[in-house]
Design a protein around this ligand. Structure first.
Ligand SMILES: Nc1nc2c(c(=O)[nH]1)N[C@H]1C(S)=C(S)[C@@H](COP(=O)(O)O)O[C@H]1N2
Ligand SMILES: [Mo]
Length: 237
């Protein structure tokens, strides 16, 4: 199933910043999966229900809510606020006008599935941070999704790694709705759960605020090449 084949459902859901967006259903499995946030993680970890739909590219399409926000390209906004000197709102045109970075990496979910040679393109998060200016006292970033459910965190040092990007292209095309388009986070050195989809906002904050997956047991620091055991939030690489 491609994104264009999906009918926007009649359900309208309020998400961050009071934008009302159509939500597209993922079907029965997706609804079951999204029924309870708590179940999401145990399903992912346990039964293999985490794979909602094959993406046609060996990805499994994940959504905590069982639906996903459909955000027209020209309505997309990324707000950056918190401990910054110049709070800003970026459109996709704004992001595309910034220097771009691309890379080809293996994508790995903690549940075990791996997609080799995935092409990504976007803007380095460090570039966005330099644009808004990080204030003294800033320690971490909090990320919010248009789905109103997922959230993520990175330390400032992690966020400044050269392979952490705000991605607008993936698999050689604009990021699809299913994969978190028009814009998602891509944290190359960490497991897939760190790469928050439908990125709506970034807040620069004074301490790490563990995100959705971390509140449900995933390590705050999801390094692919390291331990995923108990971690120290101040750990950087
Ligand atoms: N908003 C949102 N982002 C998300 C998730 C999610 O459920 N909702 N799942 C995460 C997990 S666990 C993985 S492995 C990847 C999967 O990316 P994909 O759905 O494009 O395959 O998205 C991550 N980002
Ligand atoms: Mo994942």
């Amino acid at each position: 199933m491609s994104a264009d084949q999906l009918e926007p459902s009649e359900k309208r859901v309020a998400v961050g910043r009071r934008v009302f967006l159509g939500m597209a259903g993922l079907g029965a499995l997706g609804i079951a999966f999204g029924a309870r946030a708590q179940n999401a993680v145990s399903n992912v970890l346990g039964s293999g229900l985490g794979g909602l739909l094959p993406g046609g590219d060996n990805f499994r399409i994940y959504s905590i809510t069982g639906t996903y926000p459909v955000i027209p390209r020209d309505e997309y906004r990324l707000t950056v606020s918190g401990l910054v000197t110049r709070p800003a709102t970026f459109t996709i045109d704004d992001l595309e006008a910034m220097p771009s970075t691309s890379m080809v990496r293996e994508f790995q979910c903690v549940t075990g599935w791996v997609v080799p040679n995935v092409h990504w393109e976007g803007v380095k998060l460090s570039q966005i941070l330099d644009t808004v200016g990080v204030k003294p006292g800033a320690v971490a970033l909090t990320f919010e999704s248009y789905d109103g459910a997922d959230s993520e965190s990175l330390t400032l040092d992690q966020a400044r790694l050269p392979d952490v990007i705000v991605a607008y292209r993936m698999l050689g095309a604009p990021v699809t709705t299913q994969h978190g388009g028009p814009v998602r986070l891509y944290v190359a050195p960490m497991f897939g759960y760190k790469s928050l989809k439908w990125l709506s906002a970034i807040r620069v904050v004074d301490r790490v605020q563990p995100g959705f997956w971390e509140q449900n047991g995933y390590p705050v620091n999801g390094w692919v090449d390291g331990s995923i055991g108990p971690t120290d939030p101040s750990l950087t690489r």
